[in-house]
Design a protein around this ligand. Structure first.
Ligand code: NAD
Ligand code: GLY
Length: 353
């Protein structure tokens, strides 16, 4: 005997991303703003001048990637239970990608899922992490290995928050902007080549184009069955660099910048990109003081570490390779000798920055 549960559904999870000065918003429900002491110290006053709610609570968790873990999630959940949040209550993620990912994850599991809103405060989280509904945390097995796809109800990107961002963090966000342009949008790349992102208006336009690019990708492949993996351009190599340097030497976006240079070299060797195009990408990254060189001490060890990447199956490594400017190829069929020759080139380099 079989019992069938008919669960075919049409879900509309569409939402708006507003890129502008934060409007005044009132929520007629219980709301908790989740942040960390650094962001709250700098910007909570401004946020509270804009956001009001039937009941409003502030939850802070410690700052840093090392706190993107179960303990912080438990702190958030405990506070929600203590304040008797119900299924109509709402969370606001107020911080960088770490806060955004954890707040989204906590909201995806609290009472089997409540709504949340993203108010990202780093450039990286404004152009990438706050958009697309990937939420999660790290554990002892690796980064972002526990999580859920849970779309925010809205995203508010206010470039004002970036005025207090340290320059390295700004550069890390630029790396993700370059990532979107190289893989999906040649004219955006050309705009970036001549633009100065230190100019507020230009920056706002770049954020808009990066977010639009990511939104288009997510709309086509929300759960990363294919195309969305292209947003990991630079990450296959970058994750190994982060792993080798114990997540201390480089910010994520900096490791991705070096990873993009390595991916570009692979593309050039495979005839997918011209050397001159790879050079233009490198020059753009260097314009924002991003590192573009790295010395690989152990080429075989570097190659083996690829297999720790969660996008790779046991036997194949997934590479995201740019095709010229504005195109991308996702492949797990790269010749090992070709990859080793790229890595050997980096074993002969001196790090410049
Ligand atoms: P982060 O959240 O750690 O922020 C970087 C630092 O900047 C922190 O110390 C933070 O407190 C501080 N900060 C935040 N806003 C500030 C401001 N306005 N002024 C001064 N300091 C400020 O790091 P991040 O780069 O924003 O995000 C990285 C995280 O995002 C990683 O955990 C990564 O896995 C995740 N991520 C998620 C996605 C996604 O699609 N969900 C995409 C990319 C990255
Ligand atoms: N940052 C990659 C993604 O959102 O898919």
């Amino acid at each position: 005997m079989q019992v069938n549960i008919p669960l075919k559904k049409v879900v509309d999870d569409s939402y708006d991303i507003t890129i502008d000065t934060l409007p005044k918003i009132h929520f007629d429900t219980k709301v908790a703003i989740v942040s960390n002491p650094k962001v709250a110290g700098l910007h909570l006053g401004y946020l509270l001048s804009k956001i009001s709610a039937k009941e409003l609570y502030i939850i802070t968790v410690p700052d840093g990637e090392e706190y993107k873990n179960q303990e912080s999630i438990d702190m958030i959940l405990e506070s929600l239970f203590n304040h008797r949040f119900n299924r109509k209550s709402l969370l606001i993620a107020f911080g960088g990608g770490v806060i955004g990912d954890m707040t989204g994850y906590a909201s995806s599991i609290y009472q089997r899922g409540i709504d949340f809103v993203q108010i990202p405060t780093t450039l990286l989280s404004q152009v990438d992490a706050s958009v697309g509904g990937k939420t999660g945390m790290n554990n002892k097995y690796g980064k972002n290995l526990v999580g859920a796809f849970h779309q925010p109800r809205a995203v508010y990107i206010d470039p004002y928050f970036l005025t207090t961002l340290p320059s390295r963090e700004f550069g890390a966000g630029v790396a993700e902007i370059v990532k979107m342009a190289v893989t999906f949008n040649k004219s955006f790349f050309e705009f970036l080549e001549t633009a100065d992102l230190n100019n507020q208006e230009v920056l706002q336009e770049a954020i808009k184009q990066a977010v639009q690019t990511k939104a288009d990708v997510v709309a086509q492949d929300e759960k990363e069955h294919g195309l969305r993996a292209a947003l990991n351009y630079g990450h296959t190599f970058g994750h190994v660099i982060e792993n080798e340097t114990k997540y201390k030497k480089y910010l994520h976006g900096e490791a991705v910048a070096i990873g993009m240079v390595m991916a570009n070299e692979t593309s050039v060797k495979m005839g997918l990109m011209r050397a001159e195009e790879a050079q233009r990408i490198k020059a753009l990254l260097q314009k924002y003081d991003l590192p573009t060189t790295y010395t690989i001490d152990d080429v075989e060890g570097f190659y083996e570490t690829f297999f720790l990447d969660k996008k790779s199956s046991d036997s194949a490594i997934t590479f995201i390779l740019p095709v010229g400017l504005g195109g991308v190829k996702i492949t797990d069929r790269c010749d090992k000798e070709l990859i080793l020759s790229v890595l050997h080139h980096f074993s002969e380099q001196d790090e410049e920055n």
